[in-house]
Ligand binder design. Structure first.
Ligand code: M6R
Length: 611
């Protein structure tokens, strides 16, 4: 939540900050602001989008070679100009931007208030910058030391950047629980929530670890822990390129990302298996072979779409590897004292690798002795760092708030893992693996073919766009697909949608069905195809309107449904990779047709780094 970007060097900071904020806007778009130092400290901030901030700064003095910018997803204090970042200290000399939550801000605010501090916003962040200045004034230390000491008094999560009018050659950042990456250029440095604002200028970066701070002082970078131990930063060269974070001719990132799926699925699997020999090349599988052979249970934790991928994982691991699986919302798991032990493997799924609830679930499971396998997309993010083992999905940057290609990449790897575990536990032969891998290998082409339904889906979207409610039904592997389809529709078009196991409908939701209710059914050919047909009949009998996702060539459902969308035939366990695609497109076109902001839906942010 919230995006931060900062610059110190030989260029004008403002254009770098604005471009960086636009790239980070997926993290929050309640308000945006910048602070620039050029003799004086100039702050501009505005409720709304980065474009609103640009209007606000038009014709104003935005010069300065040291500056920082923020795009906000509101937690403490409503989205308005006053609560926008940057925030200033009591004297107005020190400025801060922050991503995260200072949990003990109320106590700190009261103490500072008793010492005469006055606050201009309702935010927790403003309290921190007042505290930093207070510490500096009381100790007479350097600004970076005041930041360090102040952070010792703070409970909560943060990535912060600080600049001061009195220290125009210093840029200070720190992280605990929220990401912060430092870009190292030629005589210039950057700090940001992720690498997207940086890669245009340098690919050399270092990701701060939790509890570390970085400061640039007179052109030199120092990294130390907030316990004052100097660290040698691990500088890595990123492979990400600029095209990956631009729209590339598509109207929205979401549409681009839907269309990228043949490639992202391919990239997620590339080099990880050999269909000829039926062998794997996943380091984590090799390392944890003993553990996998003997594990008692798999617990999958995640949120939102990643949780849906986890549900697919449950079906895969139980069917293919014959391992008992529980799938948990990370937000529930972390607070319900679950029974977890050393023989359990916890698979934490997260696109961003920063979701606060998933991170907390990992910490809890670790305390209880479980082994953690992180399945994440963002390289260097917090969840992979907190995990014992893991795999990156390699789907490339996902910028649209609605998750699409991350989901199919997660499911691809879970499928691979299910077969890997099955082999290790003697539940699959080499021939089973060769067959499964051959089918997996054909997925990018099948997804490409599925995308040909786009025109048809576009027409159906015109019909759905005026609905008040939509029901999504599926059974077996079709059930998580139904849940995912419904989530996509609600989050970007604001139409209420429910995903339900098709057979459960008769235990309640069937009461909702009438001639105005569109019902979308995943009805591909599988072991319970006939059962799904019975469920379709039940809907028809109540005059519900049906769109069915069917296997190409299917005549039976075609006769019953109002509309069908055909998808290529595939093995049952691979249906989620195919059947999800038309549902992503449907929600996209419904949202576009309703005039919704597809990439930045209201109230949402891409990575939820607060609980
Ligand atoms: O980054 P994560 O995968 O951990 O994010 C989890 C959810 O916040 C995310 O999937 C959310 O539900 C998406 N907006 C769904 O499209």
């Amino acid at each position: 939540m919230c995006g931060i970007v900062a610059y110190i060097g030989h260029r004008e900071a403002y254009p770098i900050l604005i471009k960086g904020l636009s790239r980070l806007e997926y993290r929050g778009y309640d308000s945006a602001g910048v602070a620039l130092i050029n003799g004086s400290l100039n702050i501009y901030k505005k409720k709304g989008k980065v474009a609103d901030l640009e209007n606000e700064t038009a014709g104003k003095n935005v010069s300065g070679k040291l500056g920082m910018g923020h795009t906000r997803w509101a937690t403490h204090g409503e989205p308005n100009d006053a609560n926008s970042h940057p925030h200033l200290s009591q004297s107005g000399d020190v400025a801060i931007i922050h991503n995260g939550i200072i949990e003990n801000y109320a106590t700190l605010k009261e103490e500072l208030g008793n010492r005469g501090h006055e606050f201009k916003s309702d935010t927790d962040t403003e309290v921190l910058v007042h505290l930093i200045e207070d510490v500096q004034q009381n100790t007479g230390c350097e600004l970076e030391e005041a930041v360090r000491l102040a952070l010792h008094e703070v409970v909560g999560a943060y990535a912060i950047v600080i600049i001061s009018k009195n220290d125009p050659a210093k840029l200070i950042g720190a992280r605990k629980g929220s990401p912060l990456v430092v870009g190292i250029g030629d005589g210039e440095y950057f700090m940001a929530s992720d690498a997207s604002p940086i890669i245009e200028y340098t690919k050399n970066v270092t990701y701060l670890n939790d509890g570390e701070m970085a400061f640039i002082k007179n052109g030199e970078l120092t990294v130390k822990t907030i316990d004052n131990v100097v660290q040698t930063p691990y500088i890595q060269t990123l492979e990400m390129n600029l095209e990956a974070i631009e729209k590339g001719g598509y109207e929205h990132f979401m549409l681009k990302e839907i269309h990228e799926q043949p490639k992202s699925i391919y990239d997620s699997l590339r080099g990880r298996f050999n269909p000829q020999t039926g062998s794997f090349a996943m380091r984590s599988l090799k390392e944890y072979e003993g553990k996998i052979k003997n594990l008692n249970r798999i617990i999958i934790v995640g949120c939102g779409t990643s949780w849906h991928a986890g549900l697919v994982g449950e079906y895969l691991f139980e069917e293919i590897s014959r391992i008992p699986v529980e799938v948990e919302y990370a937000s529930e798991f972390r607070y319900r004292n679950p029974v977890v032990g050393e023989d359990d493997l916890v698979i934490a799924i997260s696109q961003s690798g920063e979701t606060a609830d998933t991170l907390a679930a990992i910490e809890l499971a670790k305390e209880k002795g479980a082994t953690i396998f992180g399945l994440c997309n963002v390289v260097g993010s917090s969840i992979p760092r907190a995990s014992h083992a893991g795999a990156y999905t390699h789907a490339g940057p996902e910028i649209g708030v609605a998750s699409t290609k991350a989901f199919t990449a997660q499911v691809s790897i879970l499928t691979l893992l299910a077969f890997g575990f099955a082999e290790l536990r003697g539940k699959a032969t080499k021939q089973d693996l060769r067959n499964a891998f051959a089918e997996l290998e054909s997925m990018p082409a099948k997804v490409e073919k599925t995308l040909q339904c786009e025109e048809k889906v576009k027409q159906l979207a015109e019909w759905i766009k005026d609905a008040n409610n939509v029901l999504y039904l599926g059974r077996g592997y079709g059930f998580p697909v139904a849940l995912e389809g419904a989530l996509k529709l609600k989050e970007i078009s604001y139409i209420h949608a429910e995903g339900y196991p098709a057979a459960e409908m008769k235990h309640g939701p069937i009461a909702l069905i009438d001639e105005n209710m569109p019902v979308i059914v995943v009805a591909t050919k599988n072991s319970i195809y006939e059962k799904v047909i019975s469920n379709i009949q039940e809907v028809k009998a109540r005059k519900g309107k049906i769109i069915a996702i069917v296997t190409e060539g299917d005549d039976k459902v075609k006769k019953m449904a109002d509309h069908v969308i055909e998808v290529p035939e595939t093995s049952e366990f691979l249906v989620p990779l195919i059947a999800t695609i038309p549902l992503q497109l449907l929600s996209y076109y419904v949202a576009v047709s309703r005039g919704c902001n597809v990439d930045q839906p209201r109230n949402l942010a891409k990575s939820v780094t607060v609980e």
